[in-house]
Design a protein around this ligand. Structure first.
Ligand code: HEC
Ligand code: HEC
Length: 241
């Protein structure tokens, strides 16, 4: 198989990820003035967060982009949800509040503080309108665990794939998913089951070139049952050849 793997992070990987996120989702013009010291925070937000969150001031439409497919990866809409600096820092460091979908530490250090300061100021501008439904942490974590047991592993795997936001980051025709954050899963189904399983429960064991390590959530091994993981593997082996 032609796909190469590396175990180290390429220096350019961050930039590639940023451009992948940008092209993966609808982004509009940033509405924060260049002269505003928080303009750079809006730019970072558009680069790193717009794939999954909406915020007009940062030209981000990620919350709504996949509503038709009701993808759980679409995070809260920050036009309507007011966030504090502390909440944003917590979400950045812990991968959202559930730790299940949002990648952790997508920005770090001074960049994280800048995004948090920006979001604390610019979120919630439309807060008087009722918030759009968004996956709340409890729902997100619960949904992953509560998939009904099914004897048909492939059907269960299809359900687990749809419920855990895999599609926000991966292309898979069977699931109509078009995510560009991670590699396409078309062709992965030909890999041995053990290899697919490792990719899901321990994504850093082998990192697919040129993608950075640590972007695929490290939590699936914990939040999914053994049966759900076997189902995902069976599903990919069945539809992703
Ligand atoms: C791959 C999709 C994805 C990306 C990229 C992403 N998020 Fe999230 N985020 C989510 C999801 C889904 C939730 C809701 C579930 C949860 O909290 O775990 C969330 C929740 C949050 C929350 C908590 C909101 C609340 O009040 O419940 C904050 C704050 C947040 N994200 C900020 C950010 C920031 C800042 C960035 C960019 C640095 C970012 N997110 C990038 C998917 C994403
Ligand atoms: C936030 C984005 C993100 C989410 C959500 C995500 N992945 Fe990934 N995935 C990646 C990235 C980036 C890579 C490549 C880097 C690596 O190997 O860790 C990857 C790699 C993979 C690979 C290895 C692909 C190969 O070519 O060998 C598989 C299989 C995979 N993911 C399956 C899944 C499944 C199944 C889910 C849902 C349970 C999922 N991913 C959710 C980002 C994501």
């Amino acid at each position: 198989m032609g796909r190469q793997r590396i175990t180290t992070i390429a220096a350019v990987a961050g930039a590639l990820l940023a451009s992948a996120l940008l092209s993966a989702c609808g982004t509009d013009k940033i509405q924060v003035a260049q002269s505003d010291p928080l303009h750079a925070g809006a730019v970072l937000f558009q680069q790193r967060c717009s794939g999954c969150h909406s915020l007009t001031s940062a030209g981000a439409n990620g919350s709504a982009a996949n509503v038709r497919k009701s993808m759980r990866t679409n995070g809260p809409n920050f036009n309507v949800r007011k966030e504090s600096y502390q909440r944003v820092m917590y979400a950045i460091q812990n991968g959202g509040f559930s730790g299940a979908i949002m990648p952790g530490n997508i920005v770090t250090g001074a960049d994280a503080k800048l995004v948090a300061t920006f979001l604390a100021k610019y979120s919630g501008v439309d807060a008087h309108t009722p918030p759009s439904p968004s996956p709340m942490p409890a729902v997100a974590a619960g949904a992953a665990k509560s998939a009904a047991p099914k004897t048909d592993l492939v059907a269960l795997g299809r359900q687990v794939y749809a419920q855990n936001g895999c599609g926000a980051c991966h292309v898979l025709k069977d699931a109509n998913s078009v995510g560009k954050v991670g590699p396409t899963l078309q062709g992965v189904g030909a890999d041995p089951a053990a290899m697919i399983k490792t990719s899901i429960i321990n994504p850093n064991a082998e990192v697919v070139k040129p993608y950075p390590a640590g972007v695929m959530p490290q939590t699936f091994g914990k939040i999914l049952t053994a049966q759900q993981i076997d189902a995902l593997v069976a599903y990919l082996q069945s539809v992703a050849r």
